[in-house]
Design a protein. Structure first.
Lengths: 837, 250
């Protein structure tokens, strides 16, 4: 026997259920952490790959600010920059293909016009079939495999591109593999020579130019050169890193919340380890006393307990890493479907898995340290007594719990996803801190809540309830730790549910606040006034008002901002927008006149502007323009990256090169929506516009939010499962401790069923207590999460569904966890029980 | 020859909340090398407490315990651990064995704790020797749950003797055994004392067990009230002791 280590192994094997459940708890916590780290790493890698696909060998991308694109003169300036070796121009527009007779309608496509000779030096297009484009002027096209499959195209087929100019028919000569290296097109892309695209869209501008730098020149030099020389029209320069960062920013919220919930799952796992090892130490006190009497040093006893913990932690962490990699694949696919990233998940590198394994092991050892130190402090005399003195143990446990949770918080911060940023980390710390306080407060509330929770049971099973309560009171710290774990898991269910409810309500309210209509009719291209769409839609019987709205980018102080052109009078008569500064009627009238702008509150705060301040812009001609802030609203029309600055149509068309509306908000006559809607939608489709009721738009937004929060709920559920494992351990330990009591009860007539029921009632009490405390804690945490994310609590409403879910889940999980211990209790052999130590 | 063990005016007070209990009220004694001494008294007399102090398992409230010339009453935890490892062997009334270890492993426990490989050299020889002394040869691979109560206690005696301690302390070792089994155990303890000169202190409330001793110290109410010298006898007859106890009113 090699020292006492063999005893440690045998102790683990002698208690297979407890050891397995504890290892499983560690595994679940580590699995979630692994999945979170691997998903973040996978997302980062997917983003890098996406950017590499999109940007190719380009070092910089110069993009047009305005719809009309960069002019030929601007392109010449770019090409003539000394630091530019190659400039690959591209035209990118969204449009519809003319559907063959008897088929369609099909979804819109992205048309990408390129200079084949130059573009091939910067970008790679992997073809599945056919040949690539060879020169300008040819009426040929490449299409993606996905587009070919969905719309039924094949090599040699003809398709017709519809744009502002005359329709252009091209022949398919090649099919690009999969969805092609294009972001945001949904895999539906048509690639044509650039002059063909310019003909179709009746414009000689280009959407962007990808630049390859000349040797010895830096990006900074080229940027400075273009800033100095290209002053006639606004443009945006971005590097591959900039593009990657903007893609990462869109996943920040998912990554940060996933990281938080996974840290909490680990937190719950630590509870399980701590509780289990504390139980083991209490159970083995006499054995420890014997070892100490035989001359074992404190350090040897410490080593004995820690060896067991390291074994459990090692096995659990290894299992967790393997399970986590599988979970990561599922999460990557899910996140990819939400954000438009490549669906196939990338295999994470060894670092995330190693980090998760090490953290799992460290947390196990940290959680085991206090029980180990306590064991090593058992004197021979104390160990040989019937029971240990529990009070000093409880105080030490409290101190050590705090230390373990601080360690987990530090581990969480060290592995925090970079994309989530410090704000996300700050919010997570606040939530974590509240959960820690709730955990520390659980022992104060448990006795009272147990008594209350027992009332319904006492009414129908008085003996069971009294015995169950007595069992829970036998070791209050053990009960508190078990309940604490369940409390945290259920608190996250409630908090996330409330947070989701709030986010959905805020999103719906936002749209209802700002859109002046019940129907939204969208166009994939700007609809000019000359096309008469507004008039045609207003003419539909039952339509009260049609408001055209354009969304576009503006440059202010070198920064890109979202903007929207609106008819102020329409918004005024429709009662839209919640003004928090400025007079509604005056402000909306002012933007119609011109020289004025209305800001959303977040934008005003970010730019540090108030009523009456001037906001400077650079116009499409490169001139400077100042607009006065005449109103500040709670929310504005959603833009690409935030809330749009509102200007009048005259401003938009005169200074910002806006040519037409991107969507129309339609208000029906009172009570006429039912009859007018079908006619309106039919009319909209005649103009190749897509109509959607506002509720459907709100629904798709809330559905998307629901899917994101569904991911978090799944992870929170894992925390609840880990807590359930702790309940199994606690109840099993209770049965072992009470075996003589059970033997006596059985000897005097308690049936097997009654013995089993006693354990189930105990589990029910744990579940009710955990649910009550979990719901209360979850409401506090949810409240904080709403406040920190700026969602009004009143808007969110009480999360009754989440509360009910947590209550049912808490009790159901606890009673399910009682199955094995209840079975053990019912199978106690009376004779053996009476002679047990 | 100097005594191997001395106790000078030992007291032990237990504070339980607001009440204090004096388990020992000034006990002094000495034990010669190789002597077999029994501490006898009714339940609650302080005999187990005295044994714990003599063996270094606990510290007195006041007084001294001298073992082989060294004061062991105020040792640090490390030093007390070393004492228990090398110079004392302890047998308890119950729960003497580690359930997950077999007979040989339980007996070898002091060597294992000390980092000595019990499968080789002197350690292996000594283990086999003490197993033979307690007449358990052939049962080395048995686990405790495969042994009778008496056999378990004999294993505990073997473990206590394996390091040739200066002092063997036994606290009611026959308390859970029947008469025959208890006799077998006491025979084993006496054999080690007689054959190997093992100094032994035995706590018991049973006069038949105390009769194995060379000398019996009677404890009552935390004090030694009487001393009965029986001398080394191979028949262990309890008659003289019982008669003497009757004379002193016990």
């Amino acid at each position: 026997m090699r020292g006492l280590q063999t005893l440690a192994w045998r102790t683990l094997r002698a208690r297979p259920l407890r050891s397995s459940l504890t290892a499983l708890g560690v595994a679940l916590g580590v699995a979630v952490l692994t999945a979170s780290l691997a998903t973040s790493a996978g997302i980062d890698a997917a983003i890098d790959r996406t950017v590499a696909d999109v940007v190719g060998r380009a070092d910089l991308r110069v993009a047009a600010f305005l719809d009309r694109g960069l002019s030929p003169a601007a392109l010449d300036v770019i090409r003539s920059s000394s630091g530019v070796a190659l400039a690959a121009p591209a035209v990118e527009r969204r449009t519809f293909l003319r559907a063959p007779i008897g088929s369609g309608p099909f979804d819109p496509v992205t048309v990408l016009g390129i200079d084949p000779a130059i573009d091939a030096q910067v970008h790679d297009l992997v073809l599945a079939e056919g040949a690539g484009l060879s020169r300008l002027g040819e009426r040929v096209a490449l299409i993606t495999e996905r587009l070919a499959a969905s719309d039924g195209y094949q090599l040699g087929a003809e398709l017709t591109v519809q744009g502002a100019g005359a329709p252009v028919t091209v022949r398919v000569v090649g099919i690009i593999a999969g969805g092609g290296p294009f972001v945001g097109s949904g895999g539906r892309t048509v690639v044509v020579p650039i002059d063909v695209a310019q003909e179709a869209f009746a414009s000689d501008g280009v959407s962007r130019a990808d630049l390859v730098l000349a040797p010895g020149h830096t990006a900074a030099e080229v940027v400075a050169d273009l800033d100095a020389r290209l002053t006639s029209e606004p443009f945006v320069i971005s590097s591959p890193r900039d593009i990657a960062e903007s893609l990462q920013a869109s996943t920040a919220d998912v990554q940060s919340t996933t990281a938080l919930v996974s840290v909490i799952a680990l937190f719950v796992g630590a509870f399980l380890i701590f509780n289990t090892l504390s139980m083991t130490v209490s159970e083995r006190a006499r054995e420890v006393g014997l070892l100490r009497a035989a001359g074992a040093a404190r350090s040897q006893v410490l080593g004995l307990v820690l060896t067991g913990a390291i074994a459990i932690g090692g096995i659990g962490s290894l299992l967790g890493v393997v399970a986590g990699l599988g979970l990561a694949r599922a999460m990557a696919i899910y996140v990819g479907s939400l954000r438009g990233f490549p669906a196939e998940p990338l295999a994470p590198g060894p670092l995330p898995t190693l980090v998760a394994f090490v953290i799992g092991l460290l947390v196990t050892v940290a959680a085991a340290l206090e029980p180990a130190i306590r064991a090593s402090g058992i004197s021979p005399v104390e160990g040989l007594r019937a029971r240990l003195d529990l009070e000093p143990a409880r105080r030490a446990q409290l101190r050590w719990l705090i230390a373990v949770f601080v360690l987990i918080a530090v581990a969480g911060l060290l592995t925090w996803p970079a994309a989530a940023g410090t704000n996300g980390a700050g919010r997570a710390l606040v939530v974590y801190g509240v959960l820690l306080l709730a955990t520390l407060g659980v022992p104060l509330f448990v006795p009272f809540v147990v008594r209350l929770a027992g009332l319904p049971f006492a009414a129908v099973a008085r003996l069971d309830e009294r015995l169950a309560r007595a069992s829970l009171s036998r070791d209050r710290s053990r009960t508190a730790l078990t309940v604490g774990a369940l409390t945290i898991g259920l608190a996250m269910v409630v908090a996330l549910g409330w947070s989701a409810q709030g986010a959905k309500a805020a999103a719906s309210a936002w749209l209802a606040d700002v859109i002046p209509g019940e129907e939204v009719v969208t166009s994939i291209r700007p609809v000019t006034p000359e096309e008469g769409v507004t008039e045609a839609l207003v003419a539909v019987p039952g339509v009260h008002r049609v408001t055209p709205i354009a969304t576009f980018d503006v440059a202010s102080g070198g920064v890109r901002l979202d903007a929207a052109a609106v008819a102020g009078a329409n918004l005024a008569s429709d009662g839209r927008l919640n003004f928090i500064a400025g007079d509604r009627n005056q402000a909306l009238a002012a933007i119609d006149v011109g020289g004025a702008v209305i800001l959303a509150k977040p934008t005003a705060t970010r730019l540090d502007l108030g009523l009456g301040d001037a906001l400077p812009f650079t116009t499409s001609d490169g001139e400077h323009l100042s607009l006065v802030v005449v109103g500040i609203v709670e929310h504005s029309i959603p833009g690409r990256g935030g809330e749009a600055i509102l200007v009048g149509w005259s401003e938009a068309t005169s200074h910002f090169d806006v040519t037409g509306a991107d969507f129309f908000a339609v208000r029906f006559d009172f009570g006429a929506a039912g009859t007018a809607r079908p006619a309106l939608e039919a009319k909209a489709r005649e103009y190749a516009l897509e109509p959607n009721p506002l509720e459907r738009v709100q629904g798709s937004v809330t559905d998307a939010l629901g899917r994101v929060y569904g991911l978090f709920d799944a992870i929170a559920l894992i925390a609840v499962i880990v807590a359930a494992l702790g309940i199994v351990n606690t109840l099993t330990m209770g049965v072992v401790e009470r075996i003589r009591e059970l033997g006596v009860l059985r000897a005097i007539g308690l049936s097997r069923r009654q013995a089993s029921r006693m354990v189930v009632v105990e589990a029910g009490l744990l579940g009710i207590v955990g649910a009550v405390l979990g719901i209360a804690t979850g409401l506090v945490v949810g409240f904080l999460m709403l406040i920190l994310s700026g969602v009004p609590v009143g808007l969110a409403g009480i999360p009754w569904a989440s509360i009910l879910t947590a209550a049912v889940l808490g009790i159901a999980v606890s009673i399910a966890a009682a199955w094995w211990p209840a079975r053990a209790a019912s199978r106690v052999l009376i004779v053996r029980a009476m002679t047990a130590e | 020859m100097a005594p191997i063990l001395e106790a000078h005016d030992l007291t032990k007070r237990y504070q339980l909340g607001e009440t204090a209990t004096d388990a020992l009220r000034g006990v002094s004694l000495s034990v010669e090398p190789g002597e077999f001494v029994a501490l006898m008294g009714p339940s609650g007399s302080g005999k187990s407490t005295l044994l714990q102090l003599l063996g270094g398992l606990d510290q007195p409230t006041s007084g001294q315990v001298i073992l082989e010339g060294q004061d062991i009453s105020r040792l640090s935890d490390d030093a007390a651990t070393q004492l228990r490892r090398e110079r004392t062997g302890y047998v308890f009334q119950a729960f003497n064995l580690i359930p997950l270890l077999n007979v040989r492993e339980n007996v070898a426990l002091p060597f294992t704790i000390a980092g000595v490989d019990p499968s080789r050299g002197e350690a292996a020889t000594r283990i086999a020797e003490v197993i033979e002394v307690v007449e358990l040869t052939g049962k080395e691979r048995h686990r405790p749950d495969q042994l009778s109560a008496g056999e378990q206690q004999r294993v505990a005696v073997a473990r206590a003797l394996v390091t040739k301690p200066a002092l063997l302390l036994a606290d009611e070792p026959t308390g859970n055994l029947d008469y025959t089994t208890g006799t077998e155990l006491l025979d084993a303890i006496w054999r080690s004392s007689d054959a190997f000169g093992q100094t032994t202190v035995l706590v018991t409330h049973d006069s038949k067990a105390a009769a194995y001793a060379d000398r019996v110290l009677v404890i009552a109410d935390g004090r030694i009230t009487d001393e009965i010298v029986l001398g080394r006898r191979s028949d262990h007859a309890a008659g003289p002791l019982i008669a003497r106890l009757a004379q002193v009113g016990l």
